[in-house]
Ligand binder design. Structure first.
Ligand code: GLC
Length: 566
């Protein structure tokens, strides 16, 4: 007996040593950072990136052909929005087969080539996992709706109406109208948080969980390095289907405003995230979340109580700072940076108006685009860029209802014009269709492609593109930008946002004039130990470069990034 106890104890010791060693393998550096903490992510909307077969819609081979461009830009991982088979009602966010590629975008062989060519250039592939719902054409749903006794019936959420012609409760689809659709075959309603063609999966059913978890395993084996999880907050619904409380006023679809108390953010979703994370960890993969929250506290929950859920929940609160304002950004950065988690910053995506328009003042847009890059690409945290942002691409919203492609733009016109504007083709050069395709693309290119395109900007040392290249190169080489903590400076300055990234005896000073008038910034960093040496400018839009940091004259929207030594 004693011998058994001794052997068991010895095993426990071996395990205790082995487990941290395995985990430690994933760490990159002395700070305990993992690969995704040093990576720059880049979101690609595949319909609009590069069209290799000239049918007007982008494809995977198009992306593969642009990997060198991305490498040169300084991108380490690309997140591709859904490219799986889909009826394309929501342009891919209605998946009818999770383990294949839509013919519009290519084949699995094309995908494998993308992974391989990406690997050779040290660019990882992140797929978009639509976890909340499938397409109504997915075989699971077709079977589910066929009869009340079908094998997949309980894979979706079916309920009787409250009465004749009355849905089970008052929940509204976030894309307009009731969230319930009556299906005559079985005389019941099914639930859809988004379009009716996107029925919600029933995550309370263990078979759904297993099938979906297996999907991630399948793609990890094919070489993906992570997933962006779509609409995670909508995963669970109150089993009793309690009515949501109504709020005053109406939304862009003319529906009453409501608090989505009983159909978003239910605590049950955290167990699913933990499960997905356990599988991701086996492949050293990363999980990014589409995590809209009302505050940092809400966002923190997505990291998991023990850091065991999403590594990268996106901070959409940052995108809600909708004006170029030093105090507003200072407050937002401080809130997330001091909360003990690893921040994930972005300026826009395929659902949000492009940053060029949101922050531009119409006169200094290019300078402001550089300013915003100088901000979010020098912060402590991982950035996720949106394709074309590095060029100063802008929204090209439809002018007429009949031109709208995004269904929410059709339903909500004119208050809601849909998301076509931020999804237009990537601007490669100044030839027809911006070099995206030889035929008319599925969405019209923005007229600014004549000046704002990869080829022209590549030749101009002062272009937005070259600013991005330089700041991304710094992110990969300056130890203080890689590892350093965020130290806010001159916190009462209403116009100039300044901070240090400090790592041991090294520091990078970032000074951003967030106003349209010239400003003077003064620094006394003796306390931080950086008082003496002259600064080394790393990247700046101000001329002449200051000789000391005591007084820096900042032109409107100027950027000054410099290395300081002790
Ligand atoms: C997410 C996607 C959005 C899509 C929706 C439904 O919000 O980002 O584009 O329409 O989910 O899948």
């Amino acid at each position: 007996m004693l011998r058994r106890i001794v052997v068991f104890a010895a095993w426990l010791i071996v395990l205790a040593i082995a487990v941290p060693t395995l985990a430690a393998q994933a760490k990159l550096d002395a700070e305990g950072h993992e690969w995704w903490q040093h990576a720059v992510f880049y979101e690609i909307y595949p319909r609009s990136f590069a069209d290799s077969n000239n049918d007007g819609v982008g494809d995977l081979n198009g992306i593969t052909s642009k990997l060198d461009y991305l490498r040169q830009l300084g991108v380490d991982a690309i997140w591709i929005t859904p490219c799986f088979p889909s009826p394309q009602v929501d342009f891919g966010y209605d998946v009818s087969d999770y383990e294949n590629i839509d013919p519009t975008y290519g084949t699995l062989t094309d995908f494998d080539r993308l992974v391989k060519d990406g690997r050779e250039r040290k660019i990882g592939i992140i797929l978009d996992f639509v976890v909340n719902h499938t397409s109504d054409q997915h075989p699971w749903f077709l079977d589910s709706k066929s009869s009340k006794n079908s094998f997949h019936r309980d894979w979706y959420i079916w309920r009787d109406g409250r009465g004749p012609g009355e849905p089970p409760n008052n929940w509204l689809s976030t894309f307009g109208g009731s969230a319930w659709k009556f299906d005559a075959t079985t005389g019941q309603y099914y639930y859809h948080y988004f379009y009716a063609q996107q029925p919600d999966l029933n995550w309370r059913n263990p078979a759904v969980e297993k099938a979906m978890f297996d999907v991630t395993r399948w793609w990890y084996k094919r070489g993906v390095v992570g997933f962006r999880l779509d609409a995670v907050d909508a995963l669970f619904e109150d089993p009793n289907l309690r009515d949501n409380p109504l709020l005053p006023g109406k939304n862009q679809f003319g529906d009453p405003n409501m608090l989505r108390k009983y159909n978003t953010n239910l605590p049950e979703l955290h167990k699913v995230l933990m499960g997905l994370r356990t599988i991701a960890d086996e492949s050293n993969a990363v999980l990014i979340g589409e995590t809209w929250t009302k505050d940092v506290e809400g966002l923190k929950e997505y990291y998991g109580k023990h850091g065991n859920e999403l590594q990268m929940p996106m901070d959409f609160l940052f995108t809600q700072v909708n004006r170029v304002s030093a105090p507003d950004f200072r407050r937002q950065i401080a809130a997330i940076d001091s909360s003990g988690v690893w921040p994930v910053y972005l300026l826009s995506n395929h659902d949000i108006v492009r940053s060029y328009n949101r922050y531009g003042d119409g006169k200094n847009n290019d300078a402001i685009a550089k300013l915003m890059a100088g901000l979010y690409l020098t912060l402590r945290g991982t950035p996720i860029m949106y394709y074309g942002e590095e060029l100063g691409m802008e929204n090209n919203d439809p002018k007429r209802k009949e031109d709208v492609k995004d269904p929410i733009g059709k339903t909500g016109w004119p208050r809601e014009k849909g998301r076509d504007g931020e999804r237009t083709p990537m601007q490669w050069n100044d030839s027809a269709n911006a070099g995206f395709s030889t035929v008319a693309p599925w969405l019209p290119v923005d007229p600014n492609y004549k000046t704002h395109n990869v080829e022209s900007e590549g030749k101009d040392p002062d272009s937005i593109l070259n600013f991005y290249r330089k700041v991304l190169a710094l992110r990969h080489t300056e130890p203080a930008l890689i590892e350093g903590k965020y130290v806010a400076l001159n916190q009462n300055d209403p116009n100039v946002l300044s901070y240090l990234r400090q790592y041991k005896d090294q520091a990078v000073l970032v000074v951003l004039n967030m106003s349209g008038t010239a400003q003077r910034a003064r620094f006394d960093l003796a306390k931080q130990g950086f008082g003496k040496g002259a600064p080394t400018a790393l990247l700046t839009t101000i001329k002449p470069e200051p000789l000391s940091i005591e007084t820096i004259e900042m032109p409107p929207f100027g950027v000054y990034i410099a290395r300081l030594t002790q």
